[in-house]
Design a protein around this ligand. Sequence first.
Ligand code: FAD
Length: 503
Amino acid sequence: LINLLLLVVVAYLAGAASAAAEVSSWLDVVPSEIASKLDSGSNAAARFATDYGGVTRAAYPAAVFQPSTADDIAALLRFAYCAEPPFPVAARGNGHSVRGQALAPGGVALDMAALGGGRNRINVSSEGAYVDAGGEQLWIDVLEAALRHGLSPRSWTDYLYLTVGGTLSNAGISGQVFRHGPQISNVYELDMITCSSESNRDLFYGVLGGLGQLGVITRARISLRPAPARVRWLRLFYTDLGNLTRDQEFLISLPDPTGFDYVEGQVLLSHQRVDGSTFYSNQAVDSINRLKGESNTIYFLEGAVYYDSPSMADQKIEDLMKQLNFVPGLVFSNDVTYLEFLNRVHNEIEKLSSSTVLLHPWLNLFLPKSRIRDFQVGVFGGILQNVNHTTGPILLYPLNKHRWNDIMTATVPDEEVFYTVGFLWTAATVEDWGTFDALNNEILGFCDQNGIEVKQYLPHYTSKLDWARHFGLVKWEKFVQLKRRYDPKALLSPGQQIFTTQV
Ligand code: FAD
């Protein structure tokens, strides 16, 4: 495995070196309008040579571009398109991809954070119930701006230090998707810069979930709703996966305003323990770990009820609890502000980044509901039972296909209810990363061999055949056509490894 990793690194270095030789020619003829914003120094390149995943190291860009305006980005893309040879450009949101998707080996890393020259580009319209946010803006800043008007976007990611352009290039999912759809279903307008003078409606839908392949998002108009004041945040424990998924599916079937406003869940493997530092009291930790001692793998459903009136929230929760099948007594709750709830993962991430954990070999899957039993037997009860050490949560919660718009590029399984399963491994060393990567491959291999048609979320494939299979024939053909129209020289977001040559 180490050899393999070295080979990967060497391959990147070799690629970067030969690309560097080629690019020096265009670096000599950079147009004056963008020259001052292009930094080809090694310090800048080093900062943009890796991502949150941490494994795709040494993928150095030839230069980093810091645009002040959307016009600067347009000028860069014009130059990239006409240069000989043309060079790739990757918009870099917050670099929170885990498989090099935002890197530009040998090309230009487009540092979106520079857009606006440090000015916040977020404008809330209370009357229109929308927010206009720059593609570079972090969702935490969008939330705080909307809250000042008593409003909030509807759909979230678990973690808010991600950019608007980055999550809209994927989908943006969390426990609100069952009610409001993913973030891409909550967008009214986009401003984009492409490598073409055309602009049609197909571009709007193509860019949403389009993995950065068709254009750079410089502004998104996002739908808002009134923000609640507070949130009852609950965790209900299960020893039986069937009971968990029955309850999750029941909850996501309830219309607004009945039911929870957020539904997620997690799997706790036999060797995984909860600790008292965040959600649980010490007494709760003892009860949960006692349950863990009795059962092998356990699960929890995570729910939230948004409220302004405490008595109404109490009543709603009491009514719902009677209809759920969790282990009696094993329900724990917190009462927090809406902002604290949405920003709940931030402290965890801060803690991790101050430790030695640097690598995140994550695997996120969309799993058709009809195969969840097979997946449980083969993965939670099979592959993962043979592993006595994992770190990082395993997410498991249902989504519903009718909240997704199939015209968009984002791709989900062909069943009304499907589960997101997120293996959010953390690794302290490259060897550790290799162990988790092998585990991910074993899980994917198991699905493949057993005809379980999972789709990867935040997908990572390296062959055209796998990408075509991921999208399915019809969507793939459409995507190729869009690419041909809006980025024919395949310059944008090369780190996704979808289109490696002229389309
Ligand atoms: P980057 O990683 O910088 O970019 C991602 C891709 O989009 C790249 O291909 C890049 O070139 C392209 N891109 C970036 N900006 C633009 C733009 N303006 N225009 C066009 N293309 C662009 N995702 C979820 O859906 N739900 C979650 O709950 C969730 N939680 C997460 C928690 C953590 C701790 C982390 C690290 C990630 C999480 N993600 C989640 C994944 C996250 O949505 C992706 O990493 C996503 O890529 C956003 O990250 P980013 O803004 O840093 O984008």
